[in-house]
Design a protein around this ligand. Structure first.
Ligand SMILES: Cc1ncc(COP(=O)(O)O)c(C=O)c1O
Length: 418
């Protein structure tokens, strides 16, 4: 067995994830390398969901009976856990949403409806980057179309990094908001954000960080980031689907208008007008994803018990190994950083002129689950002149043996297509 310093005890960790034990097709061991799309769930999270529904299920807030109080305590307890996980100064800064996409749409809509000085309108600018997931592109395109604001972006260098050479020209006095990903979901690039944040602060623009590919993989400290909003999604970090997070600075959440209206988010309602509950409830209209929040709380407990710095070290060591193994394969071209430095554990590549869908299919026949396509980051594919990539993405339970299976599987793909 390959011994690599820095790895977690994956033998023990994998016992927590029942799905990793299953086989596919005719008894092939499952090699799950699609973690950037969604992670698998440990038993601790599955148990928390089960127990919630079996013992505590009720609607939250305002209830006077025992179950309602228990459900509320569990739901609000999950908010405490998430706040601690990202080092939020205050629990009320954590807004639960459906996913990262909703978190980002929430911010974009708030800024379209906001009063000065936050209002995005004609004559102002929105800045994003060319390596965003569609969830951090389309909401801003919609905002630009609806308000007449200009949408600008940072381009990419040939080696898959942000081109920050003209930061002062891209972010200007007219920029109201700068929104970018901390880690690319297609190339794995880890973005150095200091220069962007410094410039944004200089011109008084708000900073939105898409941490969907960071929160599951490294310690996340919203205070250290110096951002105004941070979005992420539960299902990529061992939590259930249907739960996302928007962290926002308290004074902004207090000042900005709500996005969705309904129950839970009001203070009083008359037939003429309504007043709103304080944040975070102002942004959580309707019955929230209660069980999902409880599951996310359990996921955060699980990851914290291992330690996010250890998860990061594990993935770094594994990525170093994976990059080296992939480089041995003739005609394999990594799209994005070609070393393990300043990158996460997501690696996209092309293999000669074999179409990624064919690569993915032949890997699947060997039990190896990767993702193929544009990964909801189509501008990246356009930038590098490719229709699609094959993407392998690792997590805390991934092993060197799985990297070997991928490398051997790719050799088989090459042989298969001659
Ligand atoms: C960087 C990034 N941002 C946003 C999202 C959207 O997450 P969700 O689909 O859970 O809203 C993803 C999902 O792949 C992502 O990788």
């Amino acid at each position: 067995m390959t011994q690599i310093p820095g790895l977690l005890d994956t033998e023990a960790i994998r016992k927590d994830f029942p799905i990793l034990d299953r086989t596919v097709h005719d008894g092939d061991a499952l090699v799950y390398l699609d973690n950037a799309a969604t992670s698998q769930k440990p038993r601790q999270v599955l148990d928390a969901l089960h127990e919630y529904y079996e013992r505590h299920n009720a609607n939250v807030h305002r209830g006077v009976h025992v179950l309602a109080e228990e459900a509320t305590a569990l739901y609000e307890g999950a908010r405490d856990k998430v706040a601690a996980f990202v080092n939020a100064p205050c629990r009320d800064e954590v807004v639960f949403t459906k996913n990262a996409s909703e978190s980002l749409n929430l911010v974009a809509n708030m800024l379209g409806w906001a009063d000065e000085p936050y209002r995005v309108e004609a004559g102002t600018e929105i800045v994003i980057t060319e390596m965003e997931h569609h969830s951090n592109i389309v909401p801003w395109q919609l905002l630009a179309q609806r308000t007449g604001a200009e949408l600008k972006w940072f381009g990419l260098t040939d080696d898959g990094r942000l081109d920050l050479s003209a930061v002062d020209e891209v972010i200007t006095e007219r920029t109201k908001v700068v929104s970018f990903t901390l880690v690319s979901n297609i190339m794995g690039t880890f973005n150095p954000i200091e220069a962007i944040v410094r410039r944004a602060q200089e011109v008084g623009a708000l900073v939105v960080v898409d941490a969907s590919q960071a929160a599951p993989h490294m310690p996340l400290d919203v205070q250290a980031l110096q951002a105004d909003f941070v979005a992420f999604t539960g299902h990529k970090m061992c939590g259930p689907t249907g739960i996302g997070v928007l962290w926002g600075r308290q004074e902004l959440l207090d000042d900005l208008p709500p996005f969705l209206g309904g129950g839970e988010m009001i203070e009083t309602v008359t037939m003429h007008a309504s007043t709103y509950a304080p944040a975070p409830h102002k942004f959580e209209a309707g019955t929230p994803p209660i069980a999902e929040a409880v599951g996310l709380g359990a996921a955060v407990d699980y990851l914290s018990s291992i330690g996010m710095d250890r998860v990061q070290d594990h993935e770094h060591a594994l990525t170093e190994y994976a990059v080296a193994r992939l480089k041995e394969i003739p005609e394999l071209r990594i799209i994005g950083p070609t070393t393990a430095e300043e990158r996460g554990a997501t690696i996209s590549f092309t293999l000669g002129d074999i179409h990624p869908h064919d690569v993915g299919q032949v890997l699947d026949e060997q039990g190896i689950a990767v993702r193929v396509g544009h990964h909801c980051a189509r501008p990246v594919c356009l930038r590098y002149g490719i229709p699609a990539t094959t993407r392998a993405s690792f997590y805390l339970y991934s092993t060197p043996a799985e990297v070997d299976a991928l490398a051997d599987g790719l050799v088989h793909v090459r042989n298969f297509f001659g």
